[in-house]
Design a protein. Structure first.
Length: 251
């Protein structure tokens, strides 16, 4: 099982979520919402197998934490993974878009200078704008569009730009999400939960809840669940060997 976008540090009981995920042999990319959470999340994860930590600055926090972008850039020497980063153009955050853009551009430039990173990217309400930046900074690394919610044209453009996609149970619950996923190249799709921020009813999604996404992917791809798992695991290997050589061997 692969949860390529999980806010491990934000669960009420992160240590027990981590232990259960390790027991269930989940691969996890633990994204962070501020560079200040990097150290604590690394300490939490310790040497846990199959778990990696991404350094991020969430676009919803960019307005109040703009100055922390420099700490984020400094962390690039320590990790192959960046996220959660991106832009949010939805109503509550639209007013901070100009600050968000400065932050995102600084991060992309730093990733480019560092030789490229695997980036997990938020683009709610700002898909075209995010794609504009990815086009400008094509050497910034491998973008993984998390919970992609753009139009079909924007999806086509993202595919042409070489983007990957991480899709989860919450996204796949809706008709629009399922339709978008059915149009994504299956060899560039990974699963995610966005837990604990994404929920099922009142319960936060757990990393192993990606199995719900696997079931839907099996239906969309018209293949049995064992093949879904195999395909996702090949995808993860290819992503990591391209974007972060040497990282998977350590798992
Ligand atoms: Mn998230």
């Amino acid at each position: 099982m692969i949860d390529f976008h999980c806010h491990l540090d934000l669960y009420d009981n992160p240590q027990s979520v981590l232990s259960e995920a390790v027991e269930r042999q989940c691969y996890i990319l633990a994204v962070t919402t501020t560079p200040l959470a990097w150290e604590g999340t690394c300490a939490l994860v310790g040497g846990a197998p199959r778990v990696r930590v991404a350094a991020g600055l969430h676009p919803e926090l960019a307005a109040t934490r703009q100055s922390e972008v420099h700490q984020l850039c400094a962390l690039l020497t320590e990790t192959a993974y960046v996220g959660e980063v991106g832009l949010d153009g939805s109503k509550p955050h639209r007013s901070s878009l100009s600050v968000q853009r400065e932050v995102f551009e600084t991060v992309l430039q730093a990733c480019k200078s560092a030789g490229g990173r695997i980036m997990t990217i938020h683009s709610r309400g700002a898909t075209s704008l995010v794609l504009d930046y990815l086009e400008t900074y094509e050497k910034s690394g491998l973008p993984v569009m998390h919970w992609f919610s753009g139009t079909q044209n924007e999806l086509d453009r993202a595919i042409k730009l070489g983007c990957w996609f991480s899709v989860g149970p919450a996204m796949l619950r809706g008709e629009k999400g399922r339709r978008l996923v059915s149009l994504m190249p299956p060899d560039r799709v990974l699963t995610e939960t966005d837990g604990p921020l994404a929920r099922r009813g009142h319960s936060p999604l757990m990393p192993w809840d990606v199995k719900e996404a696997e079931v839907v992917l099996g239906r969309l791809w018209e293949i049995p669940s064992s093949e879904v798992k195999h395909r996702l695991s090949l995808n993860l290997r290819r992503l990591v060997s391209t974007g972060a050589p040497g990282q998977l061997e350590q798992a």
